[in-house]
Design a protein around this ligand. Structure first.
Ligand code: ATP
Ligand code: MG
Length: 237
């Protein structure tokens, strides 16, 4: 689905990503974790075309997509839920969700999909006619994810879904994402700062530190969570 090789990128003279290799298979849940400033958001922005890479290759469904415009990539099924959500606060929940389905021609199927996301995220059903800006942070996060789902992406990339959420809400958002992956086979690339919860959810984990991937493993290969911590904090292995 997504294959990144030897990717470099940055801002001016700052080299934020160095020699990144990352492969995400169809229907996988892949995580990239790392501390503040590691380059996680930069990685997602480069993948979805918001920042041009300096070098390397990004292949999506077997075609090279380096430097293609984000609108085009989005139409082709690569959708980003950026850091800090991105809902329209003055519009209602209904209107925000309608924006997600806007480009779709299969209106009958869309209705069914809408029904499904409202079942997955019940709070959105109960606040359907309400203004999105009045939702709590976690509820807004659910709305941003629900809207992305209605775009029918092949790959959905989420930048720190847990940011600013209470632990219970994080569990809820992740349970929904896992259920979605299991029921629809949607491929997920998720960025997080914390390694908590990941081993239960992910099929593969990548640790990004100082612009480099220092560990990349299938979850099934990680028998001791300490391996993750060590890569994250940079202790000698
Ligand atoms: N627009 C920008 N201009 C210049 N430097 C930037 C810009 N955006 C990010 N950077 C720098 O690039 C590096 C990587 O930033 P990035 O936002 O990718 O980190 P991150 O891993 O997402 O961090 P966080 O967990 O805090 O969100 C940091 O050193 C950051 O200061
Ligand atoms: Mg970030």
């Amino acid at each position: 689905m997504l294959k990144i090789s030897d990717l470099t990128a940055g801002y001016g003279r700052l080299n934020a990503l160095r020699g990144i290799d990352l492969t995400v298979g169809k229907s996988e849940i892949a995580f990239v974790v790392g501390p503040n400033g590691a380059g996680k958001s930069t990685l997602l922005k480069v993948i979805c075309g918001l920042i041009k890479p300096w070098g390397g290759r990004i292949e999506f469904e077997q075609s090279l997509i380096n430097g293609q415009p984000p609108e085009k990539l989005c139409r082709e099924g690569l959708v980003l839920v950026p850091e800090g959500r991105s809902i329209f606060a003055s519009l209602t929940v209904e209107e925000n969700l309608a924006l997600g389905g806007m480009g779709r021609k299969d209106k009958d199927v869309l209705e069914g999909d809408l029904e499904k996301v409202l079942t997955t995220f019940p709070i959105l059903r109960s606040r359907y006619k309400g203004v999105a800006g009045h939702l709590s942070g976690g509820e807004q996060q659910q709305l941003a994810i629900a809207r992305a789902i209605l775009q029918q992406p092949a790959l959905i990339m989420i930048d720190e879904p847990s940011l600013g959420l209470a632990p219970l809400m994080i569990d809820e958002v992740y349970a929904s994402l896992k259920a979605l992956n299991e029921s629809t086979g949607m491929t997920l690339l998720i960025i997080e700062q914390s390694t908590a919860r990941i081993l239960k959810l992910a099929h593969q984990v990548n640790v990004l530190r100082n612009g480099e991937i220092v560990l990349s493993k299938r979850t099934s290969e990680i028998d001791d969570p300490k391996i993750l911590e060590e890569a994250y904090f940079g202790y000698a292995a």
